[in-house]
Design a protein around this ligand. Structure first.
Ligand code: SF4
Length: 216
């Protein structure tokens, strides 16, 4: 049976020092863009949700700038449009944290809470930040479905749930049992993946259609 070890903190400090490279990058970005958020980005949505979406890390011009996951860059356009379509969000997404958009029975978090250079966190940084993801999941008493956006998100979730990688390989559309909940794999909704055709809007919608059907 998969299990997760509960740890107490779901969100890091604003000046979390645990990844020196990312802390230095954050400091430099604060200097260059003093009006941006430039801090670890907390989860968006209620802890009582049944659905958790786990992305990779804040985008420089997206969550790192605005402070809300997937808000302000291309990935958010596709993600929020899809959540609205399947009833996991209400309102109008306007790429701003004050646009009034609400998540419905859904929460969004990231494998890594700080923006990494070139969107590429190092393995040690993913390992370090996993404690906050683990705590976030442990603090969601009703969670039944987790959508893993991309392989890194998938891999860190396997470690959260002590699942063997060989038995649960990443594949778009794959569904893995993790104790009483399911992990749904999807290619990340990045501009690169959609521009290159790795992920089409239909492929992305199909994942959320499956989640919606399973949660009914
Ligand atoms: S990525 Fe996570 S663990 Fe690393 S410095 Fe940021 S908040 Fe801390």
């Amino acid at each position: 049976m998969a299990s997760i070890a509960a740890v107490p903190r779901t969100a890091p400090d604003r000046n979390c020092p645990l990844c020196p490279r990312l802390a230095d990058f954050r400091k430099a970005t604060r200097k260059r863009e003093p009006d941006w958020y430039n801090s670890p980005v907390d989860s968006f949505g209620d802890a009582s949700a049944q659905l958790l979406i786990v992305g990779l890390a804040p985008g420089m011009q997206g969550a790192n700038r605005t402070g809300r996951p997937f808000t302000g860059d291309y990935a958010g356009d596709l993600l929020y449009a899809t959540l609205l379509e399947y009833g996991f969000a209400k309102g109008v997404y306007q790429a701003r944290p004050d646009d009034g958009l609400r998540l419905v029975d859904c929460r969004i978090s990231n494998a890594v809470r700080c923006v990494p250079p070139q969107n590429k966190p190092l393995p040690a940084e993913i390992n370090q930040c996993r404690q906050f993801l683990t705590a976030t999941i442990a603090a969601m008493p009703r969670v039944r479905a987790i959508v893993a956006l991309g392989r890194i998100s998938h891999d860190t979730l396997l470690k959260v749930f002590s699942l063997r990688a060989v038995a649960t390989p990443f594949a778009h559309g794959a569904v893995h049992q993790a104790g009483e909940l399911k992990i749904y794999d999807s290619y990340h909704c990045s501009r690169y993946n959609t521009n290159t055709g790795v992920l089409t809007p239909k492929m992305f919608r199909d994942v959320f259609a499956q989640v919606r059907a399973d949660l009914a």
